[in-house]
Design a protein around this ligand. Sequence first.
Ligand code: OAD
Length: 240
Amino acid sequence: MIMKKHLVVLTGAGMSAESGFSTFRDAGGLWDRYPVEKVATPEGFEEDPNLVLGFYRNLRNRLYAAAPNAGHLGLVELEKDFDVDIITQNVDNFHERAGSRKVLHLHGELTKICSSRSPDDPKMIRELPPDAPYAKVGDLAPDGSQLRPFIVWFGEAVPEIEKAASIVRSADIFVVIGSSLNVYPAAGLLGEVPKNAKIYLIDPKPVDTHTRLPITVFREKASSGVRRLIETLRTAGTSD
Ligand code: OAD
């Protein structure tokens, strides 16, 4: 039996831009319109839980009004020839809806809520069905604390980072799509890529990777970049 090569993809906000989801740091991105410290920190939540819950409720509504794009679908296609692991910084569920089988969320998920006392406690994390209303002020987790979005905010630990690092350490091919690589520890995953792995980066703008590793860059949007990746890997063959 021929083992499939391990292809690990790290995705960021640019992956979902063509689905109509704003990136964070591009001009007109989310952080221009909603100050990070208000909607993406535990202190912001404490100060104005109504505002924060409203912000994530709106994002979740937009999520269900939007769909995965050709880039997400292309990554599913790669599963025919590769053992694909997706590590995403995105809180949307487009990879899952496209059909990707292995998706690890580093920064949480818009479709879930959790306890504000122990946000990482798996027993407190609940998936909301698409038609269920979002959490409101006064809605409590099983531990009696206010329910909050299951999002890893600034200043909080990233519980899945070790799992992500161990996935990256066995990559034969590592691909970064649509991330400015500004946010750690996610950006540090590049440092875990094995020496002999081939690295690709897909982004329409130049990205400072903070590394001297050789990287093949496709300066394109996710949709056409993933198409080009599929063609490049096909030409290179999957068994070399
Ligand atoms: P950024 O907004 O920092 O970077 C988005 C990247 O996507 C930029 O490099 C853009 O050039 C690129 N881009 C824009 N349109 C694209 C397209 N159509 N196809 C491909 N790339 C495109 O987003 P992230 O790096 O994901 O955390 O940001 C990391 C984290 O910062 C996010 O997960 C978020 C934020 O704080 C949380 O929400 C917890």
